[in-house]
Design a protein. Structure first.
Lengths: 447, 298
């Protein structure tokens, strides 16, 4: 950025201070998310390296101690040109050639993560024809608000092509911020980090990428649906756009184990989970004041919905910059949401019927529960699907008629209530209310 | 009038290929009419009173009517929507969130071309200073559905009908807008309002509805020439004028006498002894749609 050579009295200084910039940049991202962003970067390397989507042999090792944070991968390294023009630049240059189906898009991920973590970072990257080492001391860098460049400490380029020898990137962040250091000393933080990385990259882990945290590998938790002759999840496919910017969408809705924490919709953009187990209006829950789709309730704990949005052009996907949500104003997402609502409604009806079936006294008549008991759990990649959720006909379920209810509550002197209890031979105040009401109704209202 | 409009859908293929969905109740009068005069055979009646299912079954006038028991909010999603459908949802109740949920679901799911008509009770609540009509409306439909700027005074007289129609129209538009987000231009679903009726038989009732079609079908829609029907109202603006159905009070003898003079040649006056000019005018407007028989107790 060139400085004006002579002071012009009409000019107003609007240069950003680096302090302001860093604080804006890091303010809206959670620590866990910023680490997942670094995993995203490694993954984009894997995508460049293995076009076939088979990541076996590739790894990402993460270590987070109160002293330092390291992330090491063998996913192909960052090319020196990419580093020069993009990886360390703030914001994505429009000239930058995109990685098809990547998750990095906005040109903020890596820098934001590094600033979020600490004050000193060291990056070494070995790419097929180049390598570099970059050390940054943020406090030093911040001193001059007019100089925004970073400088490689060592580098080499135009080397003979090294296919897959020891290619990869290692990042070390030290002088961690106090809050970060404190979080890294907390075991629960590690547990949460492991869970979120596992969830965010379920699809990538399934394709063979090994991710470890503190030396412990993260296992794959496959996405499962209950399936049988009478029970099949729905699959709806749609797409829009053409060529590079075509977005293809696969929506699955069905039932699985009853787990309140996992129930809801999961939205993946290019394999990266951006919304986990969502039960809000964002994914259609409570639509039309709960009349079209009810608000979430524990009786829907078996509901699972998965939305996979994929595009070669990352910017065509409706996600936000922190990759923690979708852009609900995007016309495309609105369209997807309409289909999600249509898919989930029959699942909800089934789960409602299942809940009311529990009131049937005779267990042999609980046909829906028997269907569930007889179903097997299948991986989403192998499950047999139907264009709409398939279940035993809900209307064939005979549930006892239930008149509309209203609640009556009132206060009365305790001494009198105790006398009534004795007379009625009951033990709770609720029973007093019910019995006295029935007594009155029988004598005064019944025809 | 609905029947005459539905006939125009012939531009899109045989009318009998359409499915009819409605609330038949125990009378099934709409079902009988559409089966007899349009030849519709694929018919679904939604009935919320599941307790008396055998009674509804007994009253079913034709075998081709499929009865589905349950609340419309739940039943609509259980029937397939890849069929072109004519639907008349005649709610006895005032507009509420559950009716809007049906409107939304239908607009999300309907296959083009489909035609939906909604009738709601639009009689203003009893005047009661302590319980403003606006508060009641807000509770029924939800705060986010009451158009910005609507005031208490807007809900008196036929005002509740005007606002109910506005809310339904907004729901249709918003839903189609969402549905269209990812669709190519030609496949986007458009709404053409055809009906906006006011009718009072004791309670004030409002009917609104129209056609859902793909932009690519616009020329066929034009060929239907709906606008040539005198009762069609396509203006969707909030303050548009409805078609008011007025029923004259006439005896059968008077009706036969008037029918013999209709259609009336220009400059010729309609006459019947002692019938008011107002009733004559009302009858002339609706005579072709006026019921010619009545069920009577002996």
């Amino acid at each position: 950025m060139p400085e004006p050579s002579e002071p012009n009295p009409a000019l107003v200084d609007a240069w950003p201070t680096k302090d302001f910039f860093i604080s804006m940049l890091t303010k809206d991202i959670e620590l866990v998310r910023s680490i997942i962003d670094l995993v995203d970067n490694a993954l984009d390397g894997a995508r460049r390296l293995r076009k076939q989507n088979d990541y076996s042999g590739l790894f990402v090792k993460i270590d987070a101690t109160p002293q330092r944070f390291t992330i090491v991968d063998n996913c192909g390294g960052i090319d020196i040109n990419l580093a020069r023009d993009y990886a360390f630049r703030f914001g994505r240059s429009s000239k930058m050639k995109p990685t098809p189906h990547s998750v990095g898009q906005f040109g903020v991920g890596m820098k934001r993560s590094l600033f979020k973590l600490g004050k000193k970072f060291l990056i070494r990257s070995d790419a097929p024809t180049s390598w570099f080492v970059l050390k940054v001391d943020v406090d030093d860098w911040k001193k001059d608000d007019r100089k925004w460049e970073f400088e490689f400490d060592e580098f080499a380029e135009d080397l003979p092509i090294d296919k897959e020898g020891n290619l990869g990137t290692s990042i070390t962040v030290s002088s961690l911020h106090a809050a970060v250091s404190e979080a890294f000393s907390d075991e629960n933080f590690h547990t949460r980090l492991a869970k979120e990385i596992r969830e965010a990259h379920t699809q990538t882990l399934e394709k063979g990428l090994r991710v470890s945290l503190g030396g412990v590998p993260l296992d794959v938790r496959p996405l499962m649906f209950l399936e049988s002759k009478d029970l099949k999840p729905a699959l709806h496919e749609m797409s829009w756009g053409k060529g590079q910017s075509e977005v293809s969408v696969k929506l699955y809705a069905g039932i699985s184990d009853s787990k309140p924490s996992e129930a809801g919709w999961n939205v993946f953009c290019n394999g990266r989970l951006v919304i986990a187990a969502d039960r809000t209006l964002v994914t259609g829950w409570g639509e039309n004041g709960g009349k079209l789709v009810p608000h979430f309730h524990p009786q829907f704990s078996r509901f699972r919905g998965y939305a996979f949005l994929d595009s070669a052009d990352t910017s065509a996907l409706p996600w936000n910059t922190t990759k923690t949500g979708v852009d609900t104003d995007s016309p495309n997402y609105k369209s997807v949401r309409v289909e999600m609502i249509k898919l989930m409604r029959p699942v909800i009806d089934f789960l409602n019927a299942l809940a009311s079936e529990k009131k049937v006294q005779n267990e042999d008549e609980r046909t829906l529960q028997m269907t569930i008991d007889a179903a097997k759990s299948s991986d989403i990649t192998e499950v047999q699907v139907s264009h709409a959720f398939k279940s035993p006909k809900v209307s064939s379920v005979r549930t006892p008629a239930e008149p509309e209810l209203t609640r009556i509550a009132y206060w009365k002197p305790k001494k009198q209530a105790d006398e009534v209890k004795k007379k009625l031979k009951v033990s709770t105040s609720r029973q007093i209310g019910e019995k006295t009401f029935e007594y009155f109704y029988k004598r005064e209202c019944e025809e | 009038m609905l029947c005459e409009t539905f006939r125009r859908l012939v531009e899109f293929g045989a009318i009998s290929s359409f499915r009819y969905v409605g609330f038949g109740s125990t009378y099934f009068s709409d079902f009988a009419l559409f089966h007899r005069s349009l030849g519709l055979r694929n018919m679904i009646s939604i009935e919320k009173d599941a307790q008396n299912s055998s009674r509804f079954d007994f009253n079913r006038p034709y075998k081709c009517i499929d009865l589905k028991f349950g609340h419309s909010n739940a039943v609509l999603s259980t029937i397939p929507w890849n069929v072109r459908t004519i639907g008349w949802f005649d709610y006895d109740d005032p507009l509420d969130a559950s009716i809007l949920a049906d409107v939304r679901f239908l607009c999300m799911s309907a296959s083009p071309v489909s035609l939906f008509v909604f009738t709601v009770n639009a009689h203003p609540d009893e005047y009661d200073e302590a319980h403003p009509r606006l508060t009641a409306l807000t509770q029924k439909v939800g705060e986010e559905k009451v158009p910005h700027g609507v005031q208490e005074a807007d809900l008196s007289g036929w005002g509740t009908a005007t606002i109910s129609r506005r809310i339904i129209t907004n729901e249709i538009r918003e839903t189609l807008n969402s549905r269209n987000g990812a669709l190519p231009l030609d496949n986007q679903i458009l709404y053409k309002q055809l009906f906006y009726f006011r009718y009072a038989d004791g309670a004030k009732m409002m009917t609104v509805g129209g056609l859902l079609y793909e932009r690519g079908q616009s020329s066929s829609v034009a060929k239907c020439d709906f606008d040539s029907l005198p009762f069609i109202r396509t203006d969707v603006r909030p303050n548009a004028t409805p078609y008011t159905i007025e029923v004259p009070s006439l005896t059968y003898r008077e009706i036969r006498h008037l029918d013999s003079q209709l259609p009336r040649p220009k400059r010729k006056r309609l006459s019947s002894p002692k019938v008011s000019a107002k009733d004559l005018r009302k009858y002339e407007a609706v005579y072709r749609h006026f019921p010619h028989f009545v069920e009577t107790e002996i």
